[in-house]
Design a protein around this ligand. Structure first.
Ligand SMILES: C[S@@+](CC[C@H](N)C(=O)[O-])C[C@H]1O[C@@H](n2cnc3c(N)ncnc32)[C@H](O)[C@@H]1O
Length: 301
């Protein structure tokens, strides 16, 4: 059972024209822009044997690189030309925390423990999308040394690769049965972060902290992100991954408006105002014909 509500990903009407989320890579767009008579020229060229073995117009491929644990890494499947991919390039952070209480209102304000009382032993995204997330982790996790990881807002599955594998994977979430069923975890804690954002770990205990398709349910994100910064060692990496599926009744208001690139900016603000991270970076990993996948990362100062 996938979460039933899907946030729109098509760009909402805007005053200024914007590239749509379905924008394709520059190489494809160049190919699409070949004039209509191009096929005739191409056919003639082929007949005469000109340009054998050459592709006509190929735009140089841009490579997406982000900062990871103590190094910069190349992200092979990242899109280069979508609004999410470009969202933080020219983003100007506000001078003050831009959100108010109402931004974290939810339709269902009852105790989260009630909503998560029954275990949800389900996948929250398509297999194809989850595979891309696992591949992303395999690229950004440290490979040359032992490392410890924490998965906050976790469940029975953390989507971590077999290698590199953390020596310790601590997880926190809402349902004990879900957490117990997580075979990758080495230790787990049930904790409602909307009631108590203080993480039950020491300072600088982890090299990596992940949060998958859950940031949209946090009503005290600033406190939680500060805690994530506290338990990360300097140079450690925080990864927030999200898509467009959600349990609508538990979604915070700020997450229900705008487009995916707007949500990237919200996540970047969470990191920025936690005041212990370097600038956040955004990656669009959305696979074709599957749930989209957006990742915002930041390295601990
Ligand atoms: C859509 S599920 C994602 C679970 C898991 N991260 C995954 O990728 O499958 C949302 C998760 O957010 C967590 N969550 C929701 N509200 C929470 C809260 N108030 N405090 C802590 N965790 C919460 C729950 O553990 C729940 O499993």
């Amino acid at each position: 059972m996938l979460p039933p509500y899907v946030l729109p990903t098509a760009a909402a009407p805007r005053l200024a024209p914007r590239v749509s989320l379905s924008a394709v890579s520059p190489a494809v767009r160049v190919a699409n822009a070949v004039p209509r008579r191009g096929w005739q020229i191409g056919w003639l060229a082929a007949l005469c044997g000109w340009g054998r073995g050459q592709r006509a117009v190929a735009a140089p491929k841009k490579v997406v690189k982000i900062h990871s644990v103590d190094q910069e890494v190349e992200i092979p499947k990242a899109k280069v030309d979508t609004p999410v991919a470009k969202s933080l390039e020219k983003f100007t952070y506000p001078t003050r925390w831009p959100y108010g209480e109402r931004d974290f209102f939810r339709l269902d304000r009852s105790d989260d423990a009630e909503f998560y009382a029954e275990p949800k032993l389900v996948k929250h995204l398509d297999d194809q999308t989850l595979k891309v997330l696992t591949e992303f982790y395999a690229v950004v996790f440290p490979k040359d040394r032992e490392f410890s990881a924490l998965d906050v807002c976790s469940s029975w599955i953390s989507h971590y690769p077999q290698t590199p594998k953390p020596v310790r994977l601590a997880i926190t979430g809402m349902n004990a049965e879900e957490l117990k069923a997580n075979v990758q975890a080495t230790d787990w804690t049930v904790q409602d972060l909307n009631l108590d954002p203080k993480l039950p770990y020491g300072d600088a205990e982890f090299d990596v902290v992940t949060n998958t398709v859950s940031v949209d349910y946090l009503t005290k994100p600033l406190e939680v992100f500060r805690e994530v910064g506290r338990v990360l060692r300097p140079g450690g990496l925080a990864v927030v991954a999200f898509s467009n599926r959600c349990f609508l009744s538990k979604l915070v208001a700020i997450w229900s408006v705008g487009d995916p690139d707007d949500r990237v900016e919200v996540a970047a603000n969470y990191f920025h105002f936690a005041d212990c991270f370097k600038d956040a970076e955004a990656v669009d990993l959305s696979p074709p014909n599957a749930d989209p996948l957006f990742v915002v990362t930041a390295v601990r100062k």
